[in-house]
Design a protein around this ligand. Sequence first.
Ligand code: ZN
Length: 422
Amino acid sequence: MHLPITLLTALPLWLPAINAYTPLSESFLRAIPSPGNAFDIDQASNGSLLAPLLIPRVPGTPGQKAAQAHLYNYFQTALPLWNVTWQNSTSTTPATGTQQIPFANLIVRREPPWAQPGGTNFLTLVAHYDSKRAPEGFIGATDSAAPCAMLMWAAAVLDKYLTQMYTEMSALGEGGDDLAMDMGIQLLFLDGEEAFMHWTDTDSLYGARSLATQWTMSPNPRPHHKFYKYRTPLQQISLFVLLDLLGAKEPRVPSYMPTTHWAYKALAGVEKRLRGFNLLESSSSSKRDGGETLAFLPDGESDTARARTARISDDHLPFIHKGVETLHLIPSPFPDVWHTSNDDGEHLDLATVRDWAKIVVGFVGEWLDLMEVWTEPEGEGQGQEEATSGNDKETMEKESTEGGKASFAERRRSFLTSSFPP
Ligand SMILES: [Zn+2]
């Protein structure tokens, strides 16, 4: 729904928005740009976010430094409104004796301009940028160079919507009124996910373990106003979305987590709508009976997470152990190239990489309820749009009362307002 500007000053748009939520419209989904050459694998390609990451990136080696410089410089130059910080640690590893290996997580945030330190809740998108030490020369294109590049691209697309959202909220004087609405985006590029020798609790997840621990032990300053909800940076994570092993053709990412299945369904809904409007490029060689391309996210219609696969060890574990809610986007089965020399740029399916990036942007748009700042293009049937959003709301309300199923908006609200375990 788009309101004339004169009404904007009279109506507290952002407060009801959290309960009355509108799915992204077709015109919004169509406006998500194509990633173009952002994921070119050719090192000579100008503007590729991915190509500079397609090198061995083992912690403690020059490749790690090159990957760090690429990530850091990108945000500093292309997205200056995003705050970029490093979280550093060192550790010995079973492969490197007494030497202290450096691990550096890159934390990239965009938050409301009025936010007090520690006052923003962050939808947190995560991928690891290190690569595995063996086999020699291992690139890790799906693991996880491509997911890192997807997040870089998504941030650039979302940047203007965040600016618009914050500008409108500031104009309405709504910032800080309702802590749940002080939403930001946080990207975590984690280091040291891979084992140096064989995967154990102590030889893996070096960066994630260090960050989760440090954030637990770093209390946020107590603000002057009444809210002191997010006691630590860890509690500021509303949902931790981990992307891993993405970029191979025909991925199947099941729903693993019962408590975040509602968010999985929203993500799958975005994929389904993008596909329905022919806005995705990838196609599968194996198709359903009707010749329909198989979904990346096949559990969108299920009422519950399948949870038939045992929990996969990954960067989300140290956060889960401290009470953070997560959504794990990792295919089952893993790509055929997993942990082999074939996990390189040439073996990526770039149409799939581009599709994932668009799906992520759509999901974040749903999370932030960006329809509130979206203007339907002129001449695309305003009357019809009204009717559609009316129906959507009706559906949402119906869903929320039927069989105890809460709507996306209600679930999201409870995630934004719930208290963590002490
Ligand atoms: Zn790996």
